[in-house]
Design a protein. Structure first.
Length: 254
């Protein structure tokens, strides 16, 4: 029995979450539909910002203008991200107020906070909210706003105005791309929220795995000198590390 269009599109997304990309021909064979039907499905999913069409198929992998779905990003460099989060937690002291952004790298910090109570955590990251609301001794301030299924977080005017009325000790941010001594991101709403998080914190740390260096993205976020340090892996390319050192950027290698 043929799948309904919505069910077929959900299965297409499931395939992309697992494989990263798929061809129109393979999808047409898998679902026993025409290539034109697959193209219509991909057009609708692209319009919703869930994938990007490429020659002969579709991809969920990031590009300069497209950021991957959070579920796909969570699987990428997962062990490296856990190491970064574990080290970032050593920078937090009981009694502090911290901000955690929507990123999968900074979001991993939530798994390490139960032993540093009491804490207040301000976040727009739904995964962090869900993880921490049941932890005694951690007060969660969830940032409202418009929910983004793709980023699994809240953004927009409400989010930014709420942040502007709050003050934290530390903000932990992540970003999808580093070029030279600056951070970039594909989505302008995400950029605006991250900038406000930095303004609302006494100091900020950028958490990025080594693969983010040298990657392009459309929107300038901030110069890396806006962070107290960049927390990254010891797998960072020597050329990128040297460039940051020449720019006077503090690096913490984990």
């Amino acid at each position: 029995m043929a799948l309904k269009p919505d069910d077929r599109r959900q299965e297409i997304m499931d395939i992309l979450m697992e494989a990263g990309s798929a061809s129109v021909e393979d999808l047409a064979l898998r679902f026993s539909v025409s290539k034109m039907t697959v193209h219509r499905d991909l057009d609708d999913l692209e319009q919703a910002g869930l994938l990007r069409k490429v020659h002969g198929g579709a991809s969920i992998q990031s590009s300069a203008q497209f950021e991957s779905d959070f579920r796909y990003r969570e699987k990428m460099a997962a062990e490296e991200k856990r190491q970064l989060a574990s080290h970032a937690a050593t920078l937090v002291e009981p009694g502090q107020i911290i901000i955690i952004d929507d990123g999968s790298t900074a979001g991993g910090l939530a798994d390490h906070l139960a032993t540093i109570r009491p804490l207040t955590v301000i976040t727009n990251n739904l995964s962090v909210i869900v993880k921490l609301t049941a932890v005694p001794g951690i007060e969660v301030i969830s940032l409202g706003g418009q929910y983004s299924r793709k980023f699994n977080g809240f953004f927009g005017i409400v989010t930014e105005e709420t942040l502007s009325s709050l003050r934290a000790d530390i903000a932990f941010l992540s970003s999808s791309a580093i070029q030279g001594a600056a951070a970039y991101h594909q989505d302008q709403e995400v950029v605006k929220t991250k900038r406000q998080m930095m303004r609302s914190a006494g100091r900020s740390y950028l958490m990025v795995d080594h693969a983010k260096f040298g990657k392009p993205a459309l929107h300038f976020l901030t110069g890396l000198d806006g962070f107290s340090a960049v927390i990254t892996s010891d797998r960072i390319d020597g050329g990128h590390e040297a460039a940051l050192g020449d720019a006077g950027i503090s690096i913490i290698k984990v």
